[in-house]
Write a protein that binds this ligand. Structure first.
Ligand code: FE2
Length: 177
């Protein structure tokens, strides 16, 4: 309740950063809602979550299209905003007390983890914007793109590390019986 009354402040209070942030965040909710439904093992709950996930996808498409147009109008500024959104991404629930522990539980349960964040959320949206193919960047846009590429490589390393740790945990639990 406290979290609901506190509201949500944008990490980067500029229009382009806000719109690029929600392009990723709406897709993140789509993936996590769908996986939450599947985790319930209840067909009705699964259908409910699938319906909500469908709406989240429409929200994502709207914001993604706006940013797509922004790339054509002002590529460098948009690229810098996208970099900021990916670099500082945090779900709206991050202010909830104990969110860090919950996020780990959510990741271990396969509902939302760094691998899904990278491969099913960030990369598909970046591909749609043709971020790594565009040829209309100036110096600042190019620099932001290079930073983003490094960030995505680092994210891959962290995702692999997380998967190793999760596999090790699953093996320990299985051995315990
Ligand atoms: Fe949404």
């Amino acid at each position: 309740m406290l979290h609901m009354t506190e509201g949500f402040s944008a990490i980067h209070p500029c229009v382009l950063a806000g719109l690029s942030y929600v392009s990723f965040q709406e897709l993140a909710t789509r993936v996590s809602h769908r996986n939450t439904g599947a985790a319930t093992g209840d067909p009705i709950a699964e259908q409910l979550f699938a319906r909500i996930a469908l709406d989240e996808n429409l929200h994502m498409i709207f914001y993604r299209n706006v940013i797509d147009a922004a790339f054509d109008i002002t590529p460098d500024q948009t690229m810098q905003a996208v970099l900021a959104s990916v670099r500082d991404f945090a779900m709206p629930g991050h202010g909830i007390e104990g969110f860090g522990r919950k996020a780990v539980e959510i990741a271990v349960a396969g509902i939302y983890d760094l691998r899904q964040h990278r491969d099913e959320v960030v990369m598909p949206v970046l591909r749609k914007w043709r971020v790594f193919e565009r040829e209309d960047f100036g110096a600042t846009g190019q620099q932001a793109r290079e930073e983003l590429a490094t960030l995505m490589t680092d994210m891959e390393t962290q995702a692999l590390r997380f998967e190793d740790r999760r596999d090790a945990l699953a093996a320990r639990l299985a051995a315990r019986g």
